[in-house]
Design a protein around this ligand. Structure first.
Ligand SMILES: Cc1cc2nc3c(=O)[nH]c(=O)nc-3n(C[C@H](O)[C@H](O)[C@H](O)COP(=O)(O)OP(=O)(O)OC[C@H]3O[C@@H](n4cnc5c(N)ncnc54)[C@H](O)[C@@H]3O)c2cc1C
Ligand code: SF4
Length: 333
């Protein structure tokens, strides 16, 4: 690991000013905010991230979970994943989020990992994490050895000829299904970004993963008021039962009345280059009987644009079964 300067931000505005000295907030940033450190320090040890300056944001007043006047929930950027997962309001009103968080990493990691850090965690593509290999995301223009290489874990939705890396977060899938909003404090003031617009598709610039600019500090995330009577579930399929990333996962928020689906919010994990909300599956489901045949049709719609790589065609059927089962389980709960 290279040497770097370490400072503690005294207030959010100071953190923003420090961050704004970086040339980019994306891959290669020379100033990075340090939250739980479970992604960033890993990547610094591998020389994938080489910031000249770390700004510790752990003492900023961003660590609370608060009910909002409209009935929604405000989650501070430095709230630990374990505290969020076990918060009584989250367990009661947003179980898909609690389940997604608890399916990720390990208890020790969840005790350190934060809301914003999880939102911004990097891909687990093995070539990205190995500086001996080319990688368009790490070093633009060097190529993508995962295409035609080791890609069993990688994406089948939202890929480009430049990058097929998966967004690995479980939490992000639940946030997509819940239609969360990301709140950003930057040099020009504060702004809000719907979760669906926060992460970018790789396209020709896979080194750009989010809409963040230098200095942008995620201050908190808000969840809309819970939908009365909604049934929620996060289902994660992986190679082993714990401490493993998703091969395919589904976060669903369903409302059923008189045996028919009246509202559906559906997102997939483990298969997309970003947390994958599926409007196609939602449209296929609303108005349909809450039964297996409808759920399977929704799953077919969700995967209709999947483009498998050499080692991950199995993910298409796996993701369909994952979503079908998640919908059926949620509907019968
Ligand atoms: C062994 C292992 C297994 C794992 N398994 C899973 C899993 O199964 N599922 C899963 O979802 N995740 C998994 N993870 C990833 C884990 O969830 C993330 O590492 C964690 O959520 C990152 O949070 P952090 O607070 O530690 O982030 P950090 O490492 O501190 O930061 C990550 C990035 O976010 C930036 N950042 C942090 N806070 C802010 C902010 N407020 N504003 C702007 N930028 C910010 C940092 O600068 C950095 O670039 C695993 C990690 C490990 C090491
Ligand atoms: S898939 Fe993306 S992260 Fe992986 S090697 Fe290709 S460009 Fe790099």
């Amino acid at each position: 690991m290279r040497t770097f300067e370490f400072t503690r931000a005294s207030d959010p505005a100071a953190a923003v000013r420090a961050g704004a000295q970086a040339k980019t907030a994306q891959q290669g940033a020379d100033v990075r905010f340090l939250a739980g450190g479970t992604t960033l320090l890993d990547l610094m040890k591998l020389n994938v991230e080489t910031p000249a300056r770390l700004v510790d944001i752990n003492r900023l007043p961003l660590g609370s979970i608060e009910a909002m006047p409209d009935g929604g929930l405000r989650v501070g950027a430095t709230v630990r994943n374990s505290d969020l997962a076990h918060h009584p309001t989250v367990e009661r009103d947003y179980p898909v989020l609690s389940q997604a968080l608890l399916s990720g990493a390990s208890a020790q990691l969840r005790n350190m990992a934060t809301t914003a850090g999880n939102l911004l965690q990097r891909t687990r593509c093995m070539y990205f994490r190995d500086t001996a290999m080319p990688c368009n995301k790490r070093e633009p223009g060097t190529g993508c050895p995962a295409i035609g290489g080791s890609n069993r874990m990688l994406a089948i939705l939202g890929t480009s000829e430049h990058c097929i890396a998966t967004n690995p977060s479980d939490m992000n899938v639940a946030l997509a299904a819940l239609e969360a909003t990301v709140h950003v404090q930057g040099l020009k003031g504060t702004r809000t970004v719907p979760i669906g617009q926060f992460h970018l598709l790789p396209g020709p610039t896979p080194e750009r993963e989010t809409v963040l600019e230098p200095g942008d500090l995620v201050s908190h995330v808000t969840l809309p008021p819970p939908v009365p009577g909604s049934k929620q579930l996060y289902l994660k399929l992986r190679d082993r039962a714990s401490y493993e990333f998703a091969l395919a996962s589904a976060g669903v928020v369903l409302t059923v009345a008189s045996g028919r689906v009246t509202r559906a919010r559906i997102a997939l994990g483990g298969v997309g280059t970003k947390p994958w909300r599926s409007p196609e599956a939602e449209a296929a489901l609303v108005g349909q009987p809450a039964e297996t045949a409808s759920f399977r049709r929704a799953a077919e719609a969700a995967l209709q644009n999947a483009r498998p790589q050499s080692e991950n065609a199995f993910k298409i059927e796996l993701a369909k079964r994952c979503l079908t089962h998640a919908l059926a389980t949620a509907a019968s709960s």
